[in-house]
Design a binder for this molecule. Sequence first.
Ligand code: G6P
Ligand code: MN
Length: 454
Amino acid sequence: MRLTILGGGGFRVPLVYGALLGDRADGRVTGVTLYDTDPGRLAVMARVLADQADGVPAAPAVTATTDLDEALRGADFVFSAIRVGGLDGRATDERVALAEGVLGQETVGAGGIAYGLRTVPAAREIARRIARLAPDAWVINFTNPAGLVTEAMRESLGDRVIGICDSPVGLGRRIARVLGAARPQEAWIDYVGLNHLGWVRGLRIGGRDELPRLLADPVALESFEEGRLFGAEWLRSLGAIPNEYLHYYYFNRETVAAYRQAERTRGAFLRDQQRAFYAGPDGTGPAAGAALAAWDRTRAEREATYMAENREAAGAGEREETDLESGGYEQVALALMRAIARDERATLILNVANGSTLSVLDPDAVIEVPCLVDANGAHPVAVDPLPYHAVGLVTAVKAVEREVLAAAAAPSRTAARAAATKAFALHPLVDSVAVARRLLDGYARHHPGLAYLR
Ligand code: G6P
Ligand code: MN
């Protein structure tokens, strides 16, 4: 099996490679091709992976290229984890939004729209190339905003592209642990929504729904990340545990205020942190032999500061030790590949076409939902309908995503600007059409990838 990673110079590639190194079973990945537009980042990542493989027998062979077509030919699996505009772009997304007093997070609110508007054209082009050069490959999309980007790639790839995110897995694992499940992987999680916009409505261990027991216990509720972010009382009112990203909706004023007060936004922090990592002590990156340790230090700092502003706004304190190891993202990817490649049935929360799962959305809308996965791909399981308050958010945000998709495919600049304005204006976290217009102009001015909106 050969795996191609688009965005192969990206910081989280060693997580994936680490998971592959731990897979000794038949049919495992034996070759990895890293593709990136930046040869410098590729060289650094190749060094980190070489450090990781050191002493591991039959480690997957790694090659690196800046030629997309070469990377795609012969791939069995393609991971897409690109960042159009880099972390500089992410910091700009935050800054432009905050100047208007609204949220600029990379996937939620104005920032997510700006990021989507410049990522969708690139994702569509990549999907078309995959369809041509590797028509049998399965594509796993990590690129944020993951649901929207997966929906764009489906236009060329259909069910062969599947989006993933580790937030629901992390949430399920934390709840299962608090409830005392011996093996959190064996808990059945009733979760549905869009990417970064979903709710756990039940968690069955051995057939029994244990969530009511958790909701009735304020101490247990506030013993894990989401419980501390949202507070026991609000979770009890909802009767569900929201994805951590819903903190930006339910506590919007507080999170915007925390972002404004922060010395640096998340994107700016990561931009500076990663710049230092990729430069290394002498500008050419960490040396062979020292690269893995440097990467791991950087990773640990990134994990420890994840959603720091939200935790500060909520008075939620530090992250749990067990949440710092990662293990979510790459394990979902590996489990998905194994299920497809070896026809090993697995249930995973993934971003796939709605079909008839949520009656309030059309069949092509990408949603995030538990899926049964086998050699034929991922099939969403039936879930209970969402309550009205969740339907409101899910349908509003899907409408926004559709405007982003329309803007990026519009036949004229005027049509593109009209759709993009609608995307900003219709988002529940943008409170005025006038603000939406200024956001569009601000983003179009700053981002080369948004020249089509100028
Ligand atoms: C979570 C989200 C991802 C996001 C990641 C890193 O796992 O689900 O979508 O990419 O966190 O966030 P960060 O702020 O560190 O880039
Ligand atoms: Mn995610």
